[in-house]
Design a protein around this ligand. Structure first.
Ligand code: GLU
Length: 306
């Protein structure tokens, strides 16, 4: 059965970009009579206080979204992630990495712009004895080995994508040195165990998808359909951020009704020919991916004008 989900990271109040993502994921599966799930990605517990997660759930309910199972909380699932890490370790794919942030920056060649580096496999060359000695001094992160081959997939909106993980990404971290599991592992484990067949999310995560497909394959899980959606910009073309307090739902829900906001988002996305209030039921009925814009979407000025 077609199963979709919305998986917010509640490190701040939801903003309209999150709601747009929830809306498209929701309309896509409900239009086909499919299941919809909610997952709270609060892996990074210190940054994702419970109150913000509960607030996100309340916000989604205010819009009228419903989900077919109890929400999944990633903060409660570390054992499940550890089992999957062990599975990969048994396949010889995991190794401990003791590099500090400073060492990483000093030793690796910048590859993917300013913030991303391809790890040079320094710690993959350690002997078991060397690793054991280092482990007495500091806890390692756990990295997964990636193959030197091209991985391709088709995105529902952005079409054919391919990446060579070894060349473009490098061995990546599945568990940090502080014990927190990385997003890439948690997301694929949860999607697979929840039976998610369609992943709709922002195009900022498109570049992480080859890593996730690789993990799914190594774990023997099916690969879902991926549909990455354009980002929502403010009326001046800037990306929405958690700092835009006037666009968070505390402020917006005082000034607008849920159908008014859904109508504005649906209009920005291309689902309505004019800006007017709309209910989820109406949007479900008329939903069609063919109408959804591929370019980043701009919100109308009516949202920020008092
Ligand atoms: N938790 C991620 C976010 O809020 C989304 C993860 C996903 O949809 O795969 O950006």
């Amino acid at each position: 059965m077609l199963t979709g989900r919305f998986a917010p990271t509640p490190s701040g109040r939801l903003h309209l970009g999150n709601v747009l993502c929830a809306m498209l994921a929701y309309l896509s599966v409900r239009h086909e009579g499919g299941r919809f799930l909610l997952r709270i990605e609060d892996l990074d517990i210190p940054r994702c206080p419970r109150a913000l997660s509960l607030q996100a759930i309340e916000d989604l309910q205010w819009f009228g979204f419903t989900w077919d199972e109890e929400p999944l909380w990633q903060s409660e699932r570390t054992q499940v992630y550890q089992q999957h890490l062990d599975n990969l370790a048994k396949q010889g794919l995991i190794y401990p990495c003791f590099c500090t942030r400073a060492q990483l920056h000093a030793s690796v060649a910048p590859n993917l712009g300013d913030t991303q580096f391809v790890y040079q496999r320094t710690c993959a060359k350690l002997t078991a004895d060397e690793a054991a000695r280092l482990a007495e001094k500091r806890a390692p992160a756990m990295r997964v080995r990636v193959p030197d081959e091209v991985l391709s997939f088709r995105d529902g909106l952005y079409g054919a994508q391919c990446e060579n993980l070894a060349r473009d990404c490098g061995d990546f971290i599945l568990r940090r040195s502080d014990g927190l599991f990385g997003y890439q592992l948690a997301v694929v484990v949860d999607d697979a165990l929840s039976g998610v067949t369609q992943v709709v999310r922002g195009r900022d995560i498109l570049s992480a998808t080859p890593r996730q497909i690789y993990l799914l394959r190594q774990l023997g899980y099916p690969v879902p359909e991926y549909i990455h959606i354009p980002l929502l910009m403010d009326a001046d073309g800037r990306r929405l951020a958690k700092r835009d307090r006037d666009l968070d739902l505390t402020a917006l829900s005082r000034r607008f009704t849920a159908p008014q906001l859904l109508g504005k988002l649906a209009f920005s996305a291309g689902l309505l020919p004019e800006e007017r209030p709309a209910t989820l039921e109406e949007l479900i009925r008329d939903f069609d991916w063919a109408k959804v814009h591929r370019d980043d979407m701009r919100l109308t000025r009516s949202l920020t004008q008092q």
